[in-house]
Design a protein around this ligand. Structure first.
Ligand SMILES: Nc1ncnc2c1ncn2[C@@H]1O[C@H](COP(=O)(O)OP(=O)(O)OP(=O)(O)O)[C@@H](O)[C@H]1O
Length: 274
């Protein structure tokens, strides 16, 4: 695992951004023969330790962006670089939380959470400790021995999040991970995720439809335009740390950010309607 320092320009000690989308575009071929331009040529640099949230209308290419960073899809043009090296395939150092949970049905919840560390050679006792820690973090300690089909959709999603965190990847990619959760659980998971990010300084890329969630979590928010996607707004969102969390959402800085982002998303949607 690399452990590089970030300089003021957001570069790692190797002198490169942690993640770079270098003039990346994506066109999907379809069965109808009509290609879909999911992403226009886009360049984005993401610093090590940054918490980047991506918002934008449905179908604007957010998941496509993430799938290319994960290594599941390849750009049609341009390159996606991690630590200056082109991403070509999925890797355990990039943990992905998908919109839908994808647990292995033949393993217990605990077995699912322990699998990644097991593959990476983590010893049995340490694996068990990690699994227990993250399962209780997501409120599933009592369900460790259950199979996925015995869990609700929201519980499966929380198990998926525990599985990715237990694997301790350098970069965490989350595609609307909290969309299926009830409001209270969602809020708790947001706080926990922020805590993990603060403690471990992972580089995090997080897709959401929820502007408040993006402001609460992100150090920076990208607003993408309607398809073909491109970056419409790139806004640093670091909130003053002294704001008590109960007052956060009504704090003038938060309200101002919300207004700016909401207006940009409306603009992006208007583009979609034309
Ligand atoms: N495998 C694929 N084959 C063909 N078209 C695809 C494929 N994956 C995505 N698309 C198309 O590319 C565009 C971007 O899709 P993508 O899933 O990246 O959008 P999104 O912004 O994540 O959407 P949502 O917010 O609804 O999840 C859409 O028009 C979608 O229909």
């Amino acid at each position: 695992m690399t452990n590089t320092l970030i300089d003021d320009a957001g570069l790692t000690s190797a002198g490169v951004p942690k993640i770079r989308f270098d003039r990346v575009s994506k066109v999907y071929d379809t069965d109808s023969g009509q290609p879909v331009i999911a992403l226009s040529e886009t360049s984005i640099d993401i610093a090590e330790g940054e918490f980047l949230c991506v918002v934008g209308p449905s179908g604007c290419g957010k998941s496509t962006l993430m799938q290319m960073l994960a290594g599941f899809h390849h750009p049609t043009s341009g390159r996606v670089l991690l630590d200056g090296v082109e991403v070509r395939r999925p890797d355990a150092e990039r943990g992905v939380v998908f919109q839908q949970a994808n647990l292995y049905p033949w393993l217990t919840t605990r077995g699912n959470v322990e699998l990644g560390p097991r593959i990476r050679g983590v010893g049995k006792a340490e694996r068990r400790t990690r699994a227990e820690h993250f399962l209780s973090m997501v409120g599933l300690a009592a369900f460790a021995d259950r199979k996925p089909y015995e869990l609700s959709g929201g519980m499966q999603q929380r198990a998926q999040i525990a599985r990715v965190l237990a694997n301790d990847p350098e970069v965490i990619l989350m595609d609307e991970p909290f969309g299926a959760l009830d409001a209270l659980t969602r809020e708790r998971m947001q706080v926990e995720l922020l805590q993990i990010w603060r403690e471990r300084r992972k580089t995090l890329v997080f897709i959401t439809h929820d502007v408040d969630e993006a402001i609460f979590l992100g150090t920076r928010v990208l607003v993408m335009s309607a398809r073909p996607g491109r970056v419409l707004m790139d806004l640093p969102t670091r909130l003053p740390v002294e704001i008590p969390s109960a007052e956060l959402r009504t704090h003038p800085t938060f309200v101002e950010l919300r207004d700016t982002l909401t207006e940009a998303i409306y603009r992006a949607q208007d583009g979609a309607a034309q």
